[in-house]
Design a protein. Sequence first.
Length: 224
Amino acid sequence: MDWIRQCQNCGGCPVPAVGQKTDPDPNQVNLHQPHHNNQSSRAIKPGIWKGYLEKNEMAKALALVDGPPASGSAAEALDQATAKATFALRGTARWTLAAKDADLHFPGVAATFSCALGVPINETETPKLLMLMRRSMTDLGLSTYPAKNKYQRQRPFMVNGQPICTPEDEPALRSDGSYPSGHTAVGWGWGLILSTIAPDRSDELIARGRAYGESRSVCIEGQA
């Protein structure tokens, strides 16, 4: 599936351009830099809506993933080589898509799956679907933090010194462990959730979820 072409020409399901943030609203979610708004009754903290799961019901990240590669290991060398291979993508259409995928603000972030689903995802046409994505994003993203907090793995750009897709996020990213990737958990999770809603689009949705996670490697901001 050519997601670069699909996301550039979505047939009525546009993806926001790089740097084009959707207008702030009391419901937007940014897991790295929460929007400060105490008005939303759905917020568990400023800018983050309550998910569907209680804390003790979330996926146990420490039980699901091994630790990151040991320093000096062959696995670490492979990770560094994989990161280096993405340097050539800077300035390409794949880099542009990765920068779009890095933006976690609603409602624009949900629209990045509109093409794969074949249906616009927005407040006007599919408000319940948008709500599903808002709340599941909290569950998916925050479920990675027990492992993130334990391992505190440095992000690739902190190791190789390369520029990233979203330099404005760099200060927050430096203090937020890169492994396991919250973006990747969200991408795969949304792909799987939406596939149960639209099984006839499962190939497209799973491919989009995988590409969404791979965007973290392309951006040199995390490991997919």
